[in-house]
Design a protein around this ligand. Structure first.
Ligand SMILES: CC(C)(COP(=O)(O)OP(=O)(O)OC[C@H]1O[C@@H](n2cnc3c(N)ncnc32)[C@H](O)[C@@H]1OP(=O)(O)O)[C@@H](O)C(=O)NCCC(=O)NCCS
Length: 151
């Protein structure tokens, strides 16, 4: 399955590619309203692209506040799911955050994919809440303890 490349986007064209994947996965695939998907927070974020050969198959976004990194918009195109690419993407994201000094890595998981993140070492924390009409739960890498809350 090789020729997999996971890296930060480079330039406007690759950012547009990321947006196209997000539109397909979240807006068309999960009926997330476009104005929720394009939430105005992209400019202050890092964007990650997953390429299989030259084909874009997945993406993610990372936002940081202090030493906390928030993983967002994690997506693999439907035809490429279930092959381990999503897992490799999250491993890349966590490694990237830790290399850049982040002490806490958090995300808001759709409840339907909570097991995916648990396999990668994340722990659910706090109540289920709705976002864009989809049930979510906050998750933090590792076991939450005092001072290690997701938000
Ligand atoms: C969530 C998503 C990124 C997973 O990507 P993927 O490439 O299909 O996942 P992988 O093939 O790497 O799966 C890795 C492991 O997680 C498990 N897994 C995948 N989806 C899962 C789910 N919904 N629930 C529980 N476990 C899941 C796989 O079974 C696999 O476990 P295994 O190694 O024991 O076989 C992908 O399904 C996706 O893009 N979904 C739509 C967008 C979305 O919901 N993003 C998450 C927003 S919070």
């Amino acid at each position: 399955m090789e020729d997999l490349e996971i890296r930060l986007t480079c330039g406007r064209e690759e950012f547009e590619t990321v947006l196209a994947i997000r539109r397909e996965v979240f807006v068309e695939g999960q009926s997330v309203p476009l104005d929720r998907e394009l939430d105005g927070l992209d400019d202050g974020a890092e964007h990650i692209l997953v390429l299989l050969g030259s084909e874009p198959i997945g993406c993610a976004r990372v936002r940081t506040t202090g030493r906390t990194a928030r993983l967002e918009r994690i997506a693999v195109l439907k035809g490429w799911r279930g092959k381990g690419f999503g897992q490799r993407l999250v491993v890349f994201l966590v490694d990237h955050c830790q290399k850049h000094g982040m002490e806490k890595v958090v995300l808001h998981s759709q409840c339907a994919v909570r097991g995916f993140y648990e396999e990668l070492g994340f722990t659910a924390h706090g109540p289920i809440f709705m976002d864009a009409g989809i049930e979510h739960v906050r998750m933090v890498l590792g076991v939450p303890s005092a001072g290690n809350d997701p938000d």
